[in-house]
Write a protein that binds this ligand. Structure first.
Ligand code: AMP
Length: 191
């Protein structure tokens, strides 16, 4: 079955993926599936998954691909995800994008678009500072932030080429306020 709107949102930490995903989820009436949020919830609830992943997350390292992909596919199989979804924080490397491609094929889904949010590094740094003040995430400490940035540059950025080649990438300037950026995203994916 073809989803109504199957989207991926990409971009460096602090660029605003979370805020934009929330808005798009409301607009298209699809679930916002954030791997980081699911992991944090499991850690807070001390589930087996939470116990398995907390050390990686504290350090800003990637949770192993098998664990992450299995969790994502379980989530994508839930009833509320049958009309589409917006994936935030996954895939983060080549192996995960291959896992996702296989899952999509097997389950008769096709991606509609991969949104890449872009902003200059100073703005991103200031948004991360704001998040540190407001959310108090335990992995928003300097070493873990630096590790996540390095992983993004090394492992996640190559996916930009991967999805460009598939004709799915939509680059969006994320430097405006939330409604302006939401509008730009809609324009990019609906045209
Ligand atoms: P985020 O909220 O997207 O910044 O994710 C927080 C943390 O969760 C990351 O630093 C990773 O430790 C872990 N994580 C989230 N998504 C993934 C993923 N796709 N693959 C591996 N680890 C992930």
């Amino acid at each position: 079955m073809k989803g109504k709107m199957d989207l991926i949102i990409m971009g460096p930490q602090g660029v605003g993926k979370g805020s934009q995903s929330e808005d798009l989820a409301r607009i298209y009436d699809i679930p916002h599936i954030s791997t980081g949020e699911i992991f944090r919830k499991n850690i807070a609830e001390k589930t087996d998954l939470g116990k398995k992943v907390s050390a990686y997350i504290e350090k800003g390292e990637l949770v192993p691909d098998e664990v992450t992909s299995e969790m994502v596919f379980n989530r994508l199989s839930q009833p509320d995800a049958q009309n589409g979804w917006i994936l935030d924080g996954y895939p983060r490397n080549a192996k995960q994008s291959e896992d996702l491609d296989k899952w999509l094929k097997k389950n008769g889904h096709k991606l509609d678009a991969v949104i890449l949010l872009e902003a200059d590094s100073e703005l991103i740094a200031s948004r991360i500072q704001k998040r540190i003040r407001e959310e108090g995430r335990s992995d928003d400490k300097p070493e873990a932030i630096a590790e996540r940035l390095a992983i993004y540059a090394r492992e996640t950025k190559p996916l930009i080429d991967y999805y460009t080649q598939k004709g799915l990438l939509r680059k969006v300037d994320a430097q405006g306020d939330v409604p302006t950026v939401t509008k730009a995203i809609r324009k990019a994916i609906e045209n």
